[in-house]
Design a protein around this ligand. Sequence first.
Ligand SMILES: [Fe+2]
Length: 574
Amino acid sequence: MAEGKILGIWDGHDAGAALIDAGGNILSAVNEERLSRKKLHSGFPHLSIESCLELAHAEKEDVTDIAFSTTDWTKTASRVFPIIADKYYLFRRRKIDRPHFHNLQRYLKFVLGQPTEPKGVLKAVNRAHITRTLRKAGFKKFRLHSVDHHIAHAAAAYHTSGMDESVCVTMDGLGDGVSSTVNYCADGKIARLGQTTAGNSIGIFFEQATTVLGMRELEDEGKLMSLADYSHKTGNKMEGLFSVNGLSIRAKLNPIAQYNFLERLAWRTPPEDFARMVQETLEKNILGLFSNAQEETGARKISWSGGIASNIKLNQRIRSHLSLKDWFVFPHMGDGGLALGAALFVAGNPQKKKLKSAYFGPGPKGQGEILDFLEKNRDKFSWSVNRKGRWQKEASEILSKENDYFFLFQGRMEYGPRALGNRSIVAPADSIEVKNKLNLRIKERNWYQPFCPSILATEAKRLFTDYDGIEDKFMTMGYSCSSLGEKRLAAAIHVDMSARPQMVGKENPEYMRLISTVGKSTGTGAVLNTSFNYHGDPIVSNIKEALEMQERTRTRHMFAEGIHIEFKGAGKRR
Ligand SMILES: [Fe+2]
């Protein structure tokens, strides 16, 4: 049991750090990409560690325990020879050409990702490497904990779910030789009931299908999901690629043969039909796994994490098929959340309270910091400091009277992929015109990718037909719109009339007040909310980046800690 603070670190895809106290309370958590400005940064999270300590006003000496995860062959190789991870990152982001022997590398990734033996040797190599790196970073005395990849995913979900006795399911591409687990959780303990080995991974299947469609693996899986809804055909040529056996999934083909099959099929299939077959295959098999887990354990409370848990259409289907009393999707479900999961596992105690917010990152030190910055940029910006509660009225009028959007920068940054009102771009929820402007100027989204709404939690019942009373504060779930929802959220829904809402309440009072003010003038407490970043960049972290983006996109309005900032060059052509 830790007596001091526990630091979790993750040094792979979407690296990051998290700091918690011995009681399992989250003090700070951030991902390296927000600080290094390298999207989905892979490598040791030096900046995140420093940021987490600073946010918690802690010193390195206060940390008694450090947790890291994953010691399979692939991760070991990339830790010891970081050039492997660097090259892969650069290729994935298309910064360099496809390396020679790319297919061999792909093959090795799958082959090496599967075996985890000899466990003792692999753990020792990883521990020695991480210890050396931490000592160089200034940590002197600490206990080092190596946490299994899927246990870290499970701990992240279970210890923040607010559930005691429950089932936790994890699923991703692969990690420590495994691609999915079903766990029984009680009294703060996680016991594995079943698993799927990496060679049978349905996550790898989804990743491969994304690549085959010419999209970025580990990044564009959500695009494939969105595209699938544009298919109007039936029939699935991927039928039989997977089957469910108890609490595990079986693949018919090995990952290499599967890739070749997908490539051939994609060549003769329209992309939307191909995407639909992939999504259907995913949904059918994972729903089968969840149903078996519920049948075997009788569980009516489920928590869910791992990269696949980001698939909101799948989540909607699971939720509507299983009769559940409680249901929780960990908001930073991918590997970016492993740092917090590993730390929570070491703390080990059940967090009885459900995670209500994810504002664990850095934020401005009050209005003074922003005003100092503005003073230095008087030629570009004008501003006004509003009385408390006043900025929401001005902001609401920008949406309703000017039919425009604005940037919103306030408080501590969100942990996880979603902007939840602290680093957000806010627009009217029903204006297609503003939505198109956003796409043209800032987001450059594919035509089939929808925007999403933030709504008052109290509006969920009348905007969605399948709202089950379990509030989703983190945009992890799809819901079907009612006829009112279709109308009022017209700019923030998908082609199939579903939406991925953030249900806002007291966890973010400033944002809640904004949406209620909007509701007073439009009749519906809802806005379009998209992340505050330029197409392809990480979400902005500090006021400097926020103002740079305002200038770059020639956006007129930003509200930063209640200060209304106007860009003087807005509307002028570049
Ligand atoms: Fe993972």
